[in-house]
Structure formats: structure tokens, C-alpha cells
Design a protein. Structure first.
Length: 335
């Protein structure tokens, strides 16, 4: 049986689909699993051993559809559900299994503050889509694979961080998902442990400003490493502190402890750090993640994915984050 699984973006959302991909491949007899995503997210899944073949969308949807038609899939599994996937499903004319995107419920929550969300994590909803095939959650959590030789090298980080460090992911796709630089500086100042700042090239200047308060304790890795190398920095960290970003979920894939900081988005949208029961067993009774949310804000969450500016203008969801509490939790967890 040949399956086409579709998830175009983004890093975190793709990582959150990986249990569905793994369970389909390992539980359905002789399953051939093809995966369709944007070419810009190739490094998120290209090393995944549970995917037999990849298809990448660039700009030409018609050419892509012609390519997909030649595969003669038995099923399309839509884990994105947008206009493009609707066209693909219509053109391929194959049986479809789709996850519940909860678009109406999310709109009610973000626009009117009416919470009708089912309190079921997006990863579990992706797995729910496969129930007609007899697929069940294997409780092994998320997947992220780094190819041999694509991680960091021993001399890639300074001596001060080699004995252990806290990784702080300072970037995010939108402004309302990020702590302001001054808050990040305060957080780093309050953590008495070596720190590695993780982010893309767009975060380099912010990283420099944060690291300037203590250039020995804080290493700015933003923009210096590939996605694989940055993921390896996450894998080697004692603890990860992250906004709502893909690295938060990559950290979960490596079964690392996570302190998740929430601004314009929220776990109320049924997305937060995700671990399988088999992962949690390795931690015993220890708590593996904690969400940090400013309490009693009626305007949060304000969007599904974040926005370029605070709709209310005050940005209280990040400006009022208690960095003392976050730092104190970090210090307790790394002891």
C-alpha cells in the first residue's frame, strides 16, 4: 500500500507529525510512505528512516501534481489541510484521511476568547486521522534525525560550554512569540550556568546584544550553524528554554527537558511540548516540561501562529513574563 503524507510547513509542525509517519510505516503491512513538504524544509525530515520517498513543493503546483499522479497512491493523508492540499486531493482523486484542524475552534478562541478546543494535542489528532487504518500511538514520542557527520564538531563551542550548558532558543517566526531582548538579557543574567543562544541568521544581532552582558558565560550560536548543527546543540544541552518554535519540539524528540515560554500563542491551542509515555518512563517521576504563561490575560492567545506586532499594543504576554521564576526553575532542573 502506497501512502502520500502531506505537511508543507513549518519546522515544528512537521516534527509534530513524525509519530504518525513512524506508526504508519511500522504498523501497516508493507507500507510505502511518501512525504510531501516544501523544499525549504528538506532538512527537517530527509534523514527520517520511516519515509521511503520525498516530494518537494517549490512554486509550480501543476508540475508537482503531474509528478504525484505517476505514483498512483492508494491513500492521501492530509496533515496540513489548506488550499493547496485541497487542490492536490481533488486532482489525484484518491481516498483521503485528514486530521482535524479545528479552524473554527481556533478562530473562536483567538478572536472571541471562547474556548471550545477539545484539549487534544495536534500530534494526537494527526494519529487520530490514521485510526481507520488500525494505526495506534506507539508512545515513542516525536522524531528528529541528524545524519552522520552533520552535527557539531568538538571544537565548535567554546571551552566554557563544553562541560554542559543551557540552550536558550531566542528566535521565533513572529514578534509576538519572542521575549524582548531586555527580558532575555535579564533571564540570562539570572541563570548561573553556561548558556548557548540558538537562532537563525535573523537572530544574530539580538544574540550579540544578549551575550554582551557576559561573553564568557553566554555563547551566541545564532546564525553560525545549520539546522542539523543547531539541533545537535539542543541534543547536547542540559536543558532547553524556548519560545513556541520548532526547536521546542526538536528538544522533545531528543527527550530533553523543556521550559516553554508563551506569548501570543498558547497551549490552549492544543500545542505544547509533547512526549510519548515510553519517553516519560525514562525520567521516572521527574517533570520534563513546564509552560510559562502570564496569568489572567484575556487577550491570549491572540493568533494561531503569532503576529508581527501586539494587537493590543501592550505586549503584556511577554513583557510581564517572570524571568526570575523561569531562571529559578532552570537552576533547579539542572542540579
Amino acid at each position: 500500500m502506497k501512502f502520500l503524507v502531506i505537511r508543507f510547513s513549518s519546522i515544528g509542525d512537521i516534527v509534530l507529525t513524525t509519530p504518525a509517519i513512524r506508526c504508519l510505516k511500522t504498523q501497516y503491512p508493507n507500507a510505502q510512505v511518501h512525504f510531501l513538504t516544501k523544499s525549504s524544509f528538506k532538512a527537517v525530515t530527509e534523514a527520517n528512516p520511516y519515509i521511503d520517498q520525498f516530494h518537494y513543493f517549490e512554486n509550480d503546483l501543476n508540475t508537482l501534481i503531474d509528478e504525484l499522479k505517476t505514483e498512483n497512491f492508494d491513500y492521501i493523508i492530509d496533515l496540513h489541510k489548506n488550499f493547496r492540499t485541497a487542490i492536490i486531493k481533488f486532482k489525484l482523486k484518491k481516498p483521503v484521511l485528514s486530521y482535524n484542524k479545528l479552524s473554527i475552534q481556533k478562530w473562536l478562541l483567538t478572536q472571541l476568547g471562547i474556548n471550545t478546543m477539545p484539549k487534544r494535542h495536534i500530534t494526537d489528532r494527526c494519529l487520530d486521522a490514521l485510526q481507520p487504518l488500525g494505526i495506534q500511538n506507539d508512545e515513542q514520542g516525536l522524531d528528529y534525525f541528524i545524519p552522520d557527520g552533520k552535527g557539531i564538531q568538538p571544537n565548535d563551542i567554546p571551552l566554557a560550554q563544553m562541560a554542559g550548558y543551557v540552550a536558550i532558543v531566542i528566535g521565533a517566526s513572529y514578534f509576538t512569540k519572542k521575549l524582548p531582548v531586555k527580558k532575555l538579557q535579564a533571564l540570562c543574567e539570572q541563570i548561573n550556568f553556561p548558556i548557548v543562544l540558538i537562532g537563525g541568521k535573523e537572530d544574530t544581532n539580538d544574540g550579540e546584544a544578549i551575550a554582551s552582558i557576559d561573553p564568557i558565560k553566554i555563547y551566541n550560536a545564532c546564525g553560525k550553524f545549520s539546522l542539523y548543527e543547531s539541533a545537535d546543540l539542543v541534543r547536547r544541552a542540559k536543558l532547553i528554554i524556548s519560545h513556541d518554535t520548532g526547536f521546542q519540539y526538536i528538544a522533545c524528540a531528543f527527550n530533553k527537558k523543556v521550559l516553554a515560554i508563551w506569548g501570543g500563542t498558547s497551549p490552549l491551542l492544543d500545542v505544547e511540548p509533547y512526549y510519548g509515555k515510553k519517553q516519560l518512563q525514562l525520567h521516572g517521576e521527574t517533570i520534563v516540561y513546564e509552560n510559562f504563561i502570564v496569568p489572567k490575560l484575556t487577550c491570549q492567545p491572540c493568533s494561531n501562529y503569532g503576529t508581527k506586532k501586539c494587537p493590543k499594543g501592550h505586549f503584556k504576554c511577554m513583557q510581564l513574563q517572570d524571568t526570575n521564576n523561569i531562571a529559578a526553575t532552570a537552576m533547579r532542573w539542572i542540579k
